[in-house]
Design a protein around this ligand. Structure first.
Ligand SMILES: Cc1cc2nc3c(=O)[nH]c(=O)nc-3n(C[C@H](O)[C@H](O)[C@H](O)COP(=O)(O)O)c2cc1C
Length: 316
């Protein structure tokens, strides 16, 4: 069954979970610009169970938050099930779905048996999916990769395990763990995963404009696209893709509109997190500056700003 937050008449277009980037402010901007749904940064199931305030704050809703999916990582079925219950209790109607991270390649995650390491143990992965699905009242999805490395590409088998254990939909990032973020995402692999299961499959990897979105959908037959890096500094991308899918005209934002959106991003984040967020906002601002005239010089000046007032003088 297709989740009710997927559009009925066209493929779904959504924001990928991105640790350090897809916080509330960025998710909200992407939703405003047409993302059908957005996913939180990955959250440690163990951290949630130990009730770390910092971890909890990552996923708690605030006034005006649109419903969103929360992504969890972990490798103990019982811990995942408990984390699902905590999130459902804390988020209530704000929670759209739970996504299970089985694709993260980072050594500190995979080295612990979490994220992409689960692709080497499909039996355990299946137990985790089943535990999460049994605890959840919302759809549970799984995000995974092409496999561990070139010698162990098991995305289709892995997809079937997730489906058999109750996953509502899947997202396939067409790279192995070994590839990390290098090379091209493999659309043929995404197509094979789509054919291997009956549940919806979202294609992920290297969608950065309407053309790459339409090509990915055509070549994979997938039910939607998930966008990560292409949306950084460019939440307008969702509108561009949705317009292309719906056959509507799209006019790209002017540089002034881009700057206004970037400044709104900064104000919203500072409002929520306080002045210290200026430092973490630098990486977002660097993306908004991509392609702008004299970007390098402007970035150096922006990086020296410690307050909103200083930034407004330079770029406001
Ligand atoms: C900075 C960064 C952080 C990421 N964090 C996560 C994460 O928390 N969970 C996850 O499943 N994937 C994470 N990813 C992977 C993305 O969700 C996505 O699968 C990958 O970037 C490929 O899609 P893209 O080509 O559209 O960027 C991250 C990627 C980047 C670049």
């Amino acid at each position: 069954m297709i989740p009710d937050f997927f559009p009925a008449n066209r493929p779904v277009v959504c924001l990928a979970p991105m640790a350090g980037f897809s916080d509330r402010t960025f998710r909200l901007l992407c939703r405003e610009r047409g993302a059908d749904f957005v996913v939180s940064e990955m959250i440690s199931a163990k951290g949630l169970c130990f009730m770390s305030e910092k971890t909890r704050a990552l996923c708690l809703p605030q006034e005006g938050d649109a419903p969103y999916a929360v992504q969890l990582f972990g490798s103990e079925p019982a811990t995942l099930a408990k984390a699902v219950s905590i999130i459902e209790r804390d988020l209530g109607a704000q929670l759209l779905s739970i996504d299970l991270n089985m694709g993260c390649p980072a050594p500190k995650i995979a080295g612990n048996g979490d994220g992409s390491a689960l692709m080497r143990d499909p039996v355990l992965a299946g137990e985790i999916v089943l535990a999460a699905v049994s605890a959840a009242h919302v759809p549970v999805s799984v995000k995974f990769r092409k496999g561990w490395d070139a010698a162990h590409e098991n995305a289709e088998e892995f997809a079937r395990v997730c489906e058999e254990n109750g996953a509502a939909f899947l997202t396939i990032h067409g790279r192995t763990r070994e590839q990390m973020y290098t090379g091209q995402a493999d659309r043929a692999c995404m197509a094979r995963v789509k054919r291997a299961v009956k549940i919806p499959v979202i294609a992920n990897g290297d969608v950065h404009d309407a053309t790459s979105a339409l090509d990915t959908l055509r070549e994979t037959g997938c039910d939607g696209v998930m966008i990560g890096r292409g949306a950084l500094g460019n939440p307008f991308l969702f509108e561009e893709i949705v317009c292309a899918l719906e056959g509507k005209p799209y006019s790209p934002p002017t540089w002034d509109e881009r700057r206004e959106t970037a400044m709104r991003h900064v104000r919203m984040a500072l409002n929520e997190k306080g002045d210290h967020a200026m430092i973490e906002l630098r990486k977002h601002l660097a993306f908004y500056l991509r392609g702008i005239h004299d970007a390098a010089k402007l970035r150096t000046r922006i990086n020296a700003c410690k307050t909103l007032e200083e930034l407004e003088k330079i770029w406001g």
